[in-house]
Write a protein that binds this ligand. Structure first.
Ligand SMILES: Cc1cc2nc3c(=O)[nH]c(=O)nc-3n(C[C@H](O)[C@H](O)[C@H](O)COP(=O)(O)OP(=O)(O)OC[C@H]3O[C@@H](n4cnc5c(N)ncnc54)[C@H](O)[C@@H]3O)c2cc1C
Length: 448
């Protein structure tokens, strides 16, 4: 019987790049032949409503490109489609010509991912296979930025940001050497072992939604602080999708932000902030950060929710945002704030329903960021705007889309017959929201 080749796997998840990838760098430095691997996890795919989900198409397209790059180096990308634990059992117990000696991966902080990784780690440990995981997805991990007095997580952004900036060392933004910095002989050579299935085999179809470029125009970002709130301007990076799936590295993005615009860097700090909130307070996935807010009597009307989803509320800035989301998988940040506030405050729909709708539609959907921002908008989260601050969508539109350029793009029929009357009057809805929030919170006080 011929001897098996000992190899190490780099298990790629939301770090789909071959440059500045911490786990890949460590594997390439390990001395063992390196075999990159991606697993399509049915537990995640089965939750997607649309068979034309653009994110699956994006992952697929990215894997294809990565596979071609590896093939040029006489190697390959292995792609499996099964539950990760079963996939590792198959690989480790395979009678193929390889023997898995170690698995390298970058840490993923979502609750499901942490449970999954623990299971895989335990299994590999039992089989005598090393499992090494690394920090890659954020600049700081959750336990690295804690309050100075109590070693507690920060729940307010401004002091978190201060400590984040004070703690930052230039080495944290230095890229790791990538595939092209190593000899191709560092890679394993089992080209046809587990080829990329086509989208149809995964149960999906191509999407018509185009993907934004991964290289933003840095001249545009110089004006980020001045123009980022105006949805008619293309003044933001559009890196959300790439940061989500790791087709850009957060280190290179933060290093670029340091040179182009301080406010842009602050947004990346918000990203780290919400990652650490999810890590320390995983209950936020299903409930309000502040549990007392779950006592509120949300109206939760299905009909109202549907009109919001369809962009038929009669409030033009809200409808423009929802239609942009439905058609492109993107919505401008300022408009995300307006539509989220409108759903929770004006319509009194529980924030979680809006959060789930965004989760199905956003190309850049990220549990930590989506959840944190929804709870901020609903006033139920950490460091949230107080509930009595209710966005006026009409004033917001006047301020941030003064010539209706954004609105007219998505709601061309505005002001014409056929466009619905506003679902609610702002003054009435504001008063109603204040009363309902106040009495919900009061209920808890009375129960104490
Ligand atoms: C209700 C609501 C839901 C949101 N859901 C998501 C989500 O699922 N995924 C997501 O990436 N962003 C989310 N955001 C934050 C923000 O709207 C997007 O990151 C941004 O619009 C993406 O466009 P961009 O890449 O051009 O961002 P830019 O303005 O260029 O910012 C660069 C990056 O900084 C980070 N960032 C920017 N704003 C925030 C913020 N408020 N909180 C945390 N990180 C931020 C993102 O990674 C973003 O890609 C949400 C905001 C709101 C109000």
């Amino acid at each position: 019987m011929s001897a098996k080749t000992k190899i190490c796997l780099v298990w790629l998840r939301r770090d789909l790049r071959l440059h500045d990838n911490h786990a890949l760098f460590q594997a390439l430095s390990s001395g063992l032949p390196v075999q990159p691997l991606f697993i399509f996890d049915p537990t995640i795919l089965e939750k997607l409503d649309s068979k034309e989900d653009a994110r699956v198409a994006f992952i697929h397209q990215t894997l294809e490109t990565m596979g071609n790059t590896l093939r040029d180096r006489q190697s390959s990308l292995w792609v499996l489609h099964e539950k990760p634990l079963a996939a590792f059992q198959r690989l480790v117990e395979s009678d193929g010509p390889f023997q898995i000696a170690a698995v390298f991966t970058n840490r993923d902080y979502e609750p499901y991912a942490r449970r999954r990784d623990q299971q895989v780690r335990d299994y590999l440990h039992e089989k005598g296979v090393d499992f090494f995981d690394f920090q890659d997805q954020t600049i700081f991990e959750a336990r690295q930025i804690l309050t100075k007095t109590g070693d507690k997580p920060y729940t307010v952004y401004t002091p978190y940001k201060r400590t984040w900036l004070q703690s930052l060392h230039p080495s944290q933004l230095t890229p790791f050497r990538g595939l092209s910095d190593f000899e191709p002989t560092r890679l394993a050579t089992f080209p046809d072992a587990f080829p990329l299935p086509n989208l149809g085999e995964l149960g999906f179809a191509p999407s018509a939604i185009p993907f934004p470029d991964h290289q933003p125009d840095t001249r545009v970002l110089c004006e980020y602080d001045r123009l980022r709130d105006f949805p008619a301007q293309a003044a933001t990076s559009r890196l959300g999708l790439h940061l989500r799936f790791g087709t850009v590295s957060v280190r290179e993005t933060a290093a670029m932000a340091q040179t182009v615009n301080e406010t842009f860097l602050s947004q990346l700090i918000w990203r780290d902030f919400y990652f650490q909130i999810l890590f320390h307070f995983p209950h936020v996935v299903r409930a309000s950060f502040r549990p007392e807010y779950d006592k509120i009597d949300w109206r939760d009307s299905d009909a109202d929710f549907q009109r919001w989803c369809d962009g038929q509320t009669g409030v033009p800035i809200v409808d423009a945002g929802m239609r942009e989301l439905n058609q492109t998988g993107y919505m401008h940040n300022r408009v995300r704030m307006i539509v989220a506030s409108f759903l929770c405050k004006h319509l009194l729909v529980y924030w979680h329903r809006g959060e789930r709708y965004f989760a199905q539609k956003l190309l850049d959907y990220d549990l930590a960021l989506n959840n944190g921002n929804w709870q901020w908008a609903a006033g139920t989260g950490c460091d949230a705007a107080p509930y009595f601050r209710v966005f006026n969508p009409w004033i917001q539109a006047k301020k941030f889309d003064p010539e209706n350029r954004y609105i007219k793009k998505w709601v061309p029929e505005m002001g014409r017959p056929g466009y619905p009357e506003p679902m609610v009057d702002h003054k009435f809805a504001r008063e109603r929201a204040l009363n309902v929030y106040k009495s919900g919170l009061g209920k808890l006080e009375n129960n104490r």
